[in-house]
Design a protein around this ligand. Structure first.
Ligand SMILES: [Zn+2]
Length: 116
């Protein structure tokens, strides 16, 4: 359960960052790479269950999947690496060089203050 741990870390990070005022977190955007990808459904489920009773309980969680860049050692084509089809889309060779996988990041927190 990779997602459950990530959800906990994210919730902690958000609670540490949001202003100490009354309000709710309405939207959270996180991004992840390809090798350490998060499963959207598992992640939303994990986050929903641990955020109950916190200011994040009604937040919409969006997960951006950042593609992994690769380049072909044979024809030098640059492309987005596909885990399920790990070869050059141009020449079909699997002699490819992978870039760095995108880290897991907390990109945005949208906070709405209570008006009353
Ligand atoms: Zn190629």
């Amino acid at each position: 359960m990779h997602e459950a741990m990530v959800a906990e870390n994210i919730l902690e990070a958000i609670l540490a960052q949001v202003p100490k005022k009354k309000g709710t977190v309405v939207r959270i955007v996180i991004s992840c790479g390809v090798i350490n990808a998060l499963n959207d459904e598992a992640m939303k489920f994990a986050f929903d269950s641990i955020s109950q009773g916190t200011i994040c309980q009604n937040a919409k969680l969006k997960i951006k999947h950042i593609p992994l860049k690769a380049s072909c050692n044979h024809c030098h084509k640059k492309f987005n690496f596909d885990l399920y089809d790990p070869q050059c889309p141009k020449c079909g060779k699997s002699d490819i060089k992978l870039g760095a996988d995108a880290p897991l990041l907390l990109k945005e927190i949208e906070f709405e203050e209570d008006t009353d």
